[in-house]
Design a protein around this ligand. Sequence first.
Ligand code: CA
Ligand code: CA
Ligand code: CA
Length: 222
Amino acid sequence: MLSIRRTFGAAIFTMFSLQANAGLIHQFDFINMNAPEVLPQIDMYDAGLALQVSGWTTSFNSDGEQKESWQPVSFPGIFYADLGLGLISSDDDGPFLDGGSSSYYDEDPDEGFLLVFSHTVSLDMMFFEGVGRSDDINISLVDFSSGIPELQISFHDIEPEFGVIAANDPSSALVGKAFMLWVDGDDDSVALAGLQVTRVPLPATAPLMALGLVMLRRFRRG
Ligand SMILES: [Ca+2]
Ligand SMILES: [Ca+2]
Ligand SMILES: [Ca+2]
């Protein structure tokens, strides 16, 4: 009888853990199969987690020096279409998120998406479309408390594999409420198709796991 109770307790524990973990992962899909739209920003919501995406420009030269401060793009705006999100940062600019040469900031800046979440998350997976051989992406943890993005920690020139960047050990620092996904080179041109994040700290997990442990102990005590 003891072994049955033990198994039952462990099963409850596992059930609670799985349930808690399943609720922590959030996915945001930016593919728009309807008519393309150009929007000043994108607001999305998934199970209690809000995300706002806005477009920004800057200029970094090939030595990695920042030549222009970050500027918000309000017009024309984010291109929301069948490959996901691109950015049209001026009347002459193409619809992809694309970088530019630092000598032509006015016509062809470096572009980025600022992602601002309502809660602290870890950035786990980024899905891109339109990725070619020359494309690489910079990912930064951002302090946005002043209203101007301040890059805190950056990972440069990451090449998506089959369109996917998966955060792993080197980028486990990507935990926060605001991130910039940006491109800096003349030949960078991509669309952001989706994101997967995990909400942290884990508000649901701790009490549920504690409950699971209590129940497990009770069953064990029998
Ligand atoms: Ca563009
Ligand atoms: Ca540049
Ligand atoms: Ca680059």
